[in-house]
Design a protein around this ligand. Structure first.
Ligand code: PLP
Length: 381
């Protein structure tokens, strides 16, 4: 068979054809009115997706660069913060804090379990003087989403700020920064923003800017004060990834053309279809509060965990994601974010059924696909 590649992972995600083609255009110089215009339009469109009147800074890095930018710009060595570790990316907050000597209290949540605003309130009471709460909108390692609106209510009543990693969630599930009292929201280009990896985005609210003024962590490349000063001149401190910014503008045109409400609805339909498909195969979901970004499905008993992902990728070239350490093999993840359509879900479930059959799992062939089709057909618009 022709080796056709199906990218079904929660980042990087597929890129629309006209956005891919934009990368082949001649490079324009970044200190020109021509680039400044595109750059400022991109910044404006990002504000729409973030739901904020604050500026959104475009950093040339993967998403983790924006996480590091948040820590070094907001905090000082010795500061106390709370990190919510409900998976691989929550754990990363702790690792970054550790690297900069921030005294973080790590709230460890079992992978796939929810963490409520009431629990957060109790943690904050037990930790007076905490400067920040660092968490995820969508924990991509498990597919769980968190009650950021509730966290915003709770944290805004304290002196702490709420820092939300929306790297996989922003643009796929609601998180209006200003309305939900999120002090810092950050994201990355290769998940729901429909372009290749390489850009990260960060917006900072007024309560958080006060911390930026006094933060003492060492920083140079990710200095947001430099970014703010340069943005006033419609530019960036360093050479931006010119082609990626141009691609992002094109992808944001698609996002704005559709409108966020419709886009969230689209992801909800894909999420519902995937979950229904998995359940119809007799499989169990991992997360207590699954988001519409990706679906984590438990490996059924009797099947060697790593084999599902290996077969789907190696034999069928359907690139779903496995589980990360320490849960390797225990579940697998089917993404439905970014530039994915209804038939991408059918492809994923079809490849999953063929894989499960190869591995000797007993189920009614076609039932997963059929359940997903029913939801897609009923909601197709
Ligand atoms: C992908 C992801 C990251 C890491 O982003 P990189 O672009 O790989 O640096 C961090 N947090 C979440 C929630 C993610 O989904």
């Amino acid at each position: 068979m022709i080796k056709k590649y199906y990218l079904l992972s929660p980042g990087p995600t597929p890129v629309p054809e006209n956005v891919l083609a934009a990368a082949a255009e001649p490079i324009i110089h970044h200190r020109t009115p021509e680039f400044s215009k595109i750059f400022m339009e991109t910044t404006e469109a990002l504000k729409y997706v973030f739901g904020t009147k604050e500026d959104v800074y475009i950093l040339t890095s993967s998403g983790s660069g924006a996480m590091e930018a948040a820590v070094v710009n907001l905090l000082s060595p010795g500061d106390k913060v709370l990190t919510i570790n409900a998976g691989k990316f929550g754990e990363r907050w702790g690792s970054i804090c550790k690297a900069y000597g921030i005294a973080h209290k790590e709230i460890v949540v079992e992978w796939g379990r929810d963490f409520t605003k009431e629990q957060l309130e109790a943690e904050l009471k037990a930790e007076p003087g905490a400067k920040a709460v660092l968490c995820q909108l969508s924990e991509t390692s498990t597919g769980a989403i968190f009650d950021i609106r509730g966290f915003g209510e709770v944290v805004s009543r304290t002196d702490a700020i709420l820092v939300v990693d929306g790297i996989s969630g922003t643009g796929a599930t609601p998180c209006p920064m200003d309305e939900w009292k999120v002090d810092v929201l950050l994201s990355g280009s290769q998940k729901s923003f429909m372009i290749p990896p390489g850009l990260a985005y960060i917006a900072v609210g007024p309560k958080a800017w006060k911390l930026v003024e006094t933060a003492k962590c060492p920083k140079f490349y990710f200095d947001l004060k430099k970014a703010r000063k340069n943005l006033a001149d419609k530019t960036t401190p360093w050479t931006p990834a010119v082609s990626l910014v141009i691609q992002q503008k094109k992808a944001l045109d698609i996002i704005q053309g559709m409108g966020l409400e419709k886009l969230f609805d689209h992801h909800r339909i894909l999420g519902d279809a995937t979950r229904a498909g998995a359940k119809a195969l007799g499989l169990e979901l991992l997360s207590q509060r699954p988001g519409n970004i990706l679906t984590a499905v438990r490996t059924p008993a009797g099947i060697e965990g790593g084999k599902i992902v290996k077969t789907m990728q190696g034999k069928y070239m359907a690139y779903i994601a496995g589980a990360q350490d320490p849960y390797k093999g225990k579940f697998f993840r089917i993404a439905h974010l970014g530039y994915m359509g209804g038939f991408d879900i059918i492809t994923a479930l079809s490849a999953l059924e063929m894989t499960l059959a190869d591995l000797g799992y007993k189920f009614e062939a076609g039932h997963g696909v059929r359940a997903a089709q029913a939801i897609l057909k009923e909601n197709w618009q």
